[in-house]
Design a protein around this ligand. Structure first.
Ligand SMILES: Cc1cc2nc3c(=O)[nH]c(=O)nc-3n(C[C@H](O)[C@H](O)[C@H](O)COP(=O)(O)O)c2cc1C
Length: 475
């Protein structure tokens, strides 16, 4: 018989000592807790985020087999460009680390009528089209609004809804699903959050609240249940095999890869008023693998001449230090690197119109379609010029939303150029008599960067986002 290593014996003694302090229910809980930690630990071992989809289906399979459909905490998401997916993954990973029995699913992999068997669901969903659900949430959306929808009196749920307030139907899908669930008798256990494009802080707050609320509820569920070892194992289960959606490497929106620009060549010849470039970015050494149909997110900064123009118009100093939610930076840095200057948001116009009591702007806000058309042809600087106001640096910074990455469809094939990503980028807008009025990222990629430089200098980035179906026009 092989000798048992001394380390193992010592570990066994420690576990026995701990086990003597636990009753049967606690022992079962502890075994599940360790299983959950192991699942998350395996994802770390593979150099991935502690996110549910980063855990390979193989790693979670034993835990998944032990889950009981009705009592498992389900995290369901509907997402086109990955924001809802990332938030759902984060929540599921937190829940698993806390020892909850949790299952993460893309709504594309959920049969809508399955909802009648569920008791705890956190739903994270975005809105696309003109107030429509993302493709993967269409079936559930349709089912819950149909005559076939069942009573859902046993269901407790929470909705986090992602959107963009410059659209007429802001966060419509989350609102629709919330209303439908409540009409069917389900119980909302957290206020729905309707989050704009700068959703990060609301998302992390909601994630914490949802985790706490669902832990309480699932503990209560377990107390109400007779102890059954088969369904008491805590686990992280991945319902949807993520093979086609797993982000490669550990590069994310918040941990971007700095890709070198290999080339940015014009495809159009002047005096064409359309400027299109072929842009090549190196992903060598990143471990990023992409597939046809993937998109890539580019963090951009704002063009220095645009920042200059805003400072000149407002009469503010680039050196003035501004505190925004505890983050202190000079105004020049806020404007060039952190805040959105080329796409104006509805909340900005609301705050600006209110602050300056500008009736014309307030009137515009009441006509949603007209407002969107008006927004499309303007940037922040145009509003500052058309409706000049005396603003402090803190007021200006407080009204603007954080800059977000721009998504581009990848034009290259991984079989031809596995270490490069090629993009076809059309410059949006350009220089006019008024000044520079161009899309931030298309101007960066086509006109500001040269071979050897990296998008965004200090933290240029690439995030691979698989499964994107629609790419926004404004880049
Ligand atoms: C083509 C397109 C259409 C959109 N339509 C809406 C809309 O009607 N209402 C809304 O609130 N947000 C709309 N959005 C914004 C998205 O909901 C928002 O960017 C969200 O963060 C995307 O989340 P996801 O990456 O999980 O899909 C739209 C975005 C795109 C690209």
């Amino acid at each position: 018989m092989a000798a048992v290593p001394a380390q193992t014996l010592q570990l066994q003694d420690q576990i026995d000592a701990l086990a003597r302090q636990l009753d049967d229910r606690e022992k079962i809980w502890a075994s599940g807790y360790l299983a959950g930690l192991a699942a998350v630990g395996q994802s770390h071992a593979h150099g991935q985020d502690a996110s549910a989809e980063s855990v390979s289906p193989g790693a979670s399979a034993p835990a998944a087999a032990a889950s009981a459909p009705g009592k498992t905490f389900k995290v369901w998401y509907g997402s086109e460009t990955g924001n809802a997916r990332r938030l759902a993954e984060g929540l599921a990973a937190d829940a698993a680390a806390k020892g909850l029995e949790v299952e993460l699913s893309n709504l594309a992999d959920v049969r809508p009528h399955q909802i009648r068997k569920e008791s705890l669901i956190a739903l994270v969903v975005s809105t696309h089209g003109e107030g429509e659900p993302p493709e993967d949430a269409e079936a559930l959306h349709e089912f819950l609004h149909s005559e076939r929808a069942p009573r859902l009196d046993g269901l407790s749920y929470a909705v986090f809804s992602l959107g963009d307030s410059s659209y007429e139907y802001f966060c419509q899908t989350g609102k629709d699903l919330d209303q439908a669930l409540s009409k069917l008798g389900a119980r909302s256990v957290l206020n729905r959050v309707d989050a704009d494009v700068d959703f990060e802080s609301q998302a992390s707050e909601w994630r914490e609240q949802a985790l706490q609320r669902f832990s309480e509820l699932s503990r209560k569920d377990q107390e109400d249940q007779p102890v059954n070892p088969a369904n008491s194992v805590q686990s992280l289960a991945v319902a949807s095999p993520a093979s086609d959606k797993t982000p490669a490497g550990n590069w994310t929106r918040d941990n971007p890869f700095e890709a070198e620009v290999l080339a940015s060549q014009p495809l159009t010849v002047s005096p064409s008023n359309k400027q299109v470039h072929h842009v090549e970015l190196s992903i060598e050494g990143s471990g990023i693998q992409y597939q046809a149909g993937d998109s890539v997110g580019i963090w951009t900064d704002n063009a220095p001449e645009l920042v200059e123009e805003i400072l000149e118009q407002t009469g503010l100093s680039a050196d003035e230090v501004v505190d925004r939610l505890g983050d202190k930076r000079p105004l020049g840095e806020w404007l060039s690197q952190k805040l959105e200057l080329t796409q104006i948001s509805r909340p900005f116009i609301e705050a600006y119109a209110r602050g300056g009591q500008i009736a014309e702007l307030e009137g515009l806000l009441s006509d949603a379609k007209g407002f969107r058309r008006w927004l499309e042809s303007r940037q922040l600087i145009d509003v500052l010029r058309e409706y000049p106001l005396t603003l402090t640096a803190t007021q200006l910074v407080g009204m603007l939303r954080p800059i977000t990455p721009r998504l581009y469809s990848i034009a290259s094939s991984p079989s031809e150029t596995p270490e490069e990503i090629h993009l076809t980028v059309k410059t949006l807008g350009g220089r006019s008599d008024q000044g520079l009025r161009a899309g931030a990222a298309s101007w960066l990629l086509n006109h500001r960067l040269e071979a050897g430089q990296r998008p965004y200098g200090y933290s240029s980035s690439l995030i691979i986002d698989s499964g994107c179906h629609q790419i926004p026009n404004e880049q």
